[in-house]
Ligand binder design. Structure first.
Ligand SMILES: [Zn+2]
Length: 161
C-alpha cells in the first residue's frame, strides 16, 4: 500500500506517524491501519474498490487499470477520488481514537480534499504578483476543490498546515 493514501493523516499530524518505519512499533501501527483500510473497502462500490486495490495496493497506474477494465481514465480517476473521500469518513473514528488525530476541518475545502498536499504545492508555487484567481481555477480543475474567496487559501496556509 502506498503511503500517499494516508496523506490526510500525515498532514493533520505535525510529526509524521511513521518515518521510514524503522521500529517494530511503527510497522505494527502501519499494519493495523492497513488492516482497517482493507476492511473499510467493503463500503465502496465495485469501481471505487478496483481503483484503490489496483492502484494503491498493487501499484498499477490509473491508465493501466482503465485499459484493463475498458473504462475511461477519468472514470477510474474520479472513482479513486470518491473512494478516498469515503475511506476517510469511514476510518475517521478509528484514526481519531487510535492516533489521536482528528479529521481535518470540514469547513475548509482544502483540508477536506484527499489531494490536499498536491493542492498545497500549487498554492505554494504561486508567485507574489500572480492573482489568486489562477490558483483557484487550477484547484477546481485538478482536484475539484471549490474555493469562493482567496481568504480560504490564506486561512488554510496560515492555520491548517
Ligand atoms: Zn484547511
Amino acid at each position: 500500500m502506498t503511503i500517499r493514501m494516508f496523506d490526510w493523516i500525515y498532514l493533520t499530524h505535525k510529526t509524521p506517524l511513521w518515518q521510514g518505519e524503522t521500529t517494530a512499533e511503527e510497522q505494527l501501527r502501519r499494519q493495523e491501519l492497513e488492516n482497517k483500510v482493507r476492511k473499510a473497502l467493503d463500503e465502496l462500490t465495485v469501481v471505487e474498490r478496483a481503483a484503490i486495490e489496483r492502484h494503491d495496493f498493487e501499484g498499477l497506474s490509473l491508465v493501466n487499470i482503465a485499459t484493463d477494465l475498458g473504462w475511461s481514465c477519468s472514470r477510474v480517476q474520479a472513482a479513486r477520488r470518491r473512494a478516498l473521500r469515503r475511506l476517510r469518513k469511514v476510518l475517521a473514528p478509528f484514526v481519531q481514537e487510535r492516533f489521536g488525530v482528528s479529521l481535518p476541518s470540514t469547513d475548509c475545502p482544502i483540508c477536506a480534499n484527499p489531494f490536499r498536499r498536491d493542492a498545497e504545492r500549487i498554492i505554494a508555487a504561486r508567485k507574489r504578483e500572480e492573482p489568486y484567481s489562477k490558483v483557484i481555477s487550477k484547484l477546481r480543475h485538478d482536484f475539484e476543490i471549490v474555493i469562493i474567496s482567496p481568504k480560504t487559501i490564506i486561512g488554510h496556509m496560515k492555520y491548517h498546515c
